[in-house]
Design a protein around this ligand. Structure first.
Ligand code: ZN
Ligand code: ZN
Length: 202
């Protein structure tokens, strides 16, 4: 059986610079062996706004449903230039939901002097959030692993853009589980097809 590539929809809220989109698309294709569709110019979702130290922040959670709606049967990752937060945090770089198969990343606090470093940070946070959203990966204690929790950009700079061997093992298991689920789904579809068959004989 030919394995289909997973599908990821990259959702750009408002205007996202083209080099950011290009980097995001290529890292997702590379790290997840995914087919990536880019959706540009999405409106900001209706959300709660707060001000922390003079900076306007939007509730990260509000982005997940619109991203999931764009993703359909696949997975979705949103990018925003806005600063985002989630309850009990002063800010977040991103947020993910495996249930909604979607995530959001903010570039606001990833800004760097050079664009190379800026893009590198964005790539890491995207891989991190999709690791949560696609494979339900928890945070990893290995500071070099992309699934390590970033409290600051310094943490982001310390980690690589790839999964450590332990996380790769978890991904393998998650993939197997997904395949099993797929088999069950196919089985029930087959049953449904047979249920429809009726032969009348008089
Ligand atoms: Zn995380
Ligand atoms: Zn790891």
């Amino acid at each position: 059986m030919k394995k289909e590539k997973i599908k990821v929809v990259l959702c750009c809220f408002e205007k996202i610079p083209s080099d950011v989109i290009k980097e995001a698309k290529s890292i997702i294709e590379k790290k997840f062996n995914a087919e990536v569709k880019v959706v540009k110019g999405l409106f900001l979702p209706p959300t709660r706004v707060r001000k922390v130290e003079g900076v306007q922040q939007l509730l990260a959670d509000s982005f997940l449903a619109p991203v999931a709606a764009q993703a359909g049967e696949g997975y979705g990752i949103g990018i925003t230039v806005q600063d985002i937060y989630t309850p009990d945090t002063n800010f977040v770089f991103g947020l993910a939901s495996p249930l909604l198969r979607s995530a959001i990343v903010s570039t606001y606090r990833l800004k760097a002097k050079g664009s190379v470093l800026f893009l590198r940070r964005i790539a890491k946070e995207i891989v991190h959030e999709l690791g949560h959203a696609i494979y339900d990966l928890p945070h990893c204690k290995n500071p070099k692993c992309v699934m390590h929790f970033s409290n600051s950009v310094e943490d982001t700079d310390k980690k690589l853009n790839s999964f450590c061997s332990e996380c790769l093992e978890k991904i393998k298991r998650a993939k197997k589980e997904k395949e099993e689920l797929e088999k069950v789904k196919n089985f029930f579809e087959e049953v449904k097809r047979w249920e429809k068959r009726k032969y009348k004989t008089k």
